[in-house]
Ligand binder design. Sequence first.
Ligand code: CTP
Length: 216
Amino acid sequence: MKLLVTAGPTREHLDPVRFLSNRSTGKMGFAVARAAAVRGHQVTLVAGPVSLPTPAGVRRIDIVSACDLLTAVKRRLRFADALVMTAAVADWRPASVSPVKLKKRGMSRVLALEPNPDVLQTIRPCKGTRLFVGFAAETGDPVREAERKLRTKGLDLIVANDVSRPDSGFAVDTNKVTFLSLANDSLERLDLPLLTKDEVAERLVEWLEQKQCEEV
Ligand code: CTP
């Protein structure tokens, strides 16, 4: 299979030294890329700013912002059988970006923002027979929110990720996740135990392999 995986945060710059971002470290997405490559798949990894080594055998494209991520995904999607969006895409960006460092004297207390494109929604018309997987990092009710995103983003699978636990989510090596998919519009739910991100990645790649076999 040819996999396109996105990972890490995006950074939305305000000036050359300041940005809006989030706590994603890219561990989950890099684990997916590594697991898929180990199982013999061809992997392209679109990575936000993270400090992780590129997994062996993976082609890596580095990006900074949500708009960069969208451009990279649009460019590579045609070569992919499956897209796995683990990237924590910033939903907002500063309305204007200064090419030079802003001075506090001249700065307003209010930061004007504009919405970033939703990558999955934007590329949805090009999905075709490709498998699309999303991740939902949640603090409230992970499964309810993830189900909403599974349906509204037209995904084949969403991984609901409870980031309120200290052993799950950002910057740790383990994750507590639930796989949610739809079969004839009814929800299929697989609650996984606490696993390492490498184990979650393997389960995810196995799910994709299984799904692709069913569709042939
Ligand atoms: N995503 C995306 N483009 C965005 C934001 C998110 O493609 N601008 C993708 C993420 O990569 C993830 C999925 O959508 O696979 C869910 O992301 P999440 O941040 O949980 O959801 P949002 O759509 O941002 O919704 P909300 O802010 O309401 O939680």
